[in-house]
Design a protein around this ligand. Sequence first.
Ligand code: PHE
Length: 452
Amino acid sequence: MKTRETFSSGLAVFFATLGSAVGLGNIWKFPYLTGQYGGGAFLLVYLACIVFVGLPVMLGEFYLGRRTRRNAVGALEKLAPGTPWKHIGTIGVAAAGLIMFFYSSVAGWVYYYLFKALRGDFAAVTMESAKAQFGALVVSPVTPVVWQAVVLAVVAGILIMGVKKGIERITKTLMPLLFVLIIACDLRALTLPGAADGVSFLFAVDFGKLSAAAVLTALGLAFFKLSLGMGCMITYGSYFTHDNDLFATGAKVALSDTLVSLLAGLAIFPTVFAFGLEPGAGPGLLFMTIPLVFSQMPFGAILLTAFFFLAAIAATTAMISLVEVPVAYLSEEKGLTRSRAVLLSVAVIFAVGILATLSVDKGSLLGGYTLMGRGFFDWFDYISSNIMLPLGGLLIALFIGRFADKADIVRELSAGSPAAARLLPVYFFILRYVTPALLLVIFLSSVGVIKL
Ligand code: PHE
């Protein structure tokens, strides 16, 4: 057997895992969903989902990966040979693909906006022209496809370099930079006149605004945010150092990721309110308000570039973790070389991803092809976030909580973890009873079996 790569230190484990969690979810999804579902109350439900559902599943995935040192499918095959449990991994590989189909499309917009910011396209932008520029992008049959290809080429380049020289090196360099950039944007946003309305929108809790759909969305978002339910954390866990404290890593990653979401919200909502825009503007929120607002203030051009640069970093480090799921699977289970596995994965993602890119808007080339009101883009997003990730999470919670060998889990989760003895009983309780119950309700209601 080939020797398998691992990350080289605890710090590398942290940055790589955080690189997976921090992504377009924080900067693109979190703000517009929080906007649509009413701010503070949504945030609170989201935080509960992270603690009671996200973290327990995350630790379960770390266990599966590090214990077996295999890819998402291989890990389950090793622990439960010859059983259907390995399909947790199969669902994961499929979900990684589905997510990448639309994720690479939005990442393409981000790269393009970075390019536009550098070129000075937003120098004299108005609300109408900001809307018009984004509108022109989403209906263009060429520009977004070209940028999607650029994004995928970058991701492929990093992944071909390998786990240490590719994933580890890139995430360790770029994640700290991301924090510096986002804090710079926050300082500007929070000193705008009228910023306080944006802050209170994010933090003022009004449960009257909370609907069942909001709860479903919050859970889907928590899974999406922490890269759970689709084998990503199994795959990364399989590269963790043997003495890494998994509880501490999970907690630090969840906390830092939530911090990035809040910082992104604090960069976006104050600007939205300061300029009298709509917080519930939907997926385009980021691409219309940020250029509009930042370009109108002192040092705006630099900040705008900084903002899209940090968004591009976030998108890229998340995508490498997504594509690593099929890459690890294809190279370990199907015997492909790493380079071939990368090229094959990226080629499939590009071929199908074009459908998402060309269907994002009613006016797009394939925008007329819809099923039950959703085009390809929305279906890929809906099926992965609202169905496959919660289903994957439910199966993982059941496997870890009820089928896997408890002593084995205790051993793995205690390695290097001084607090494990106290945390494990709580962990098993939540994972056995709370997590699956919540996930089951959410899953049944998102496939329409029960009505919340
Ligand atoms: N967590 C990433 C984000 O927030 C997306 C992602 C989902 C990455 C699933 C890997 C796996 O954008």
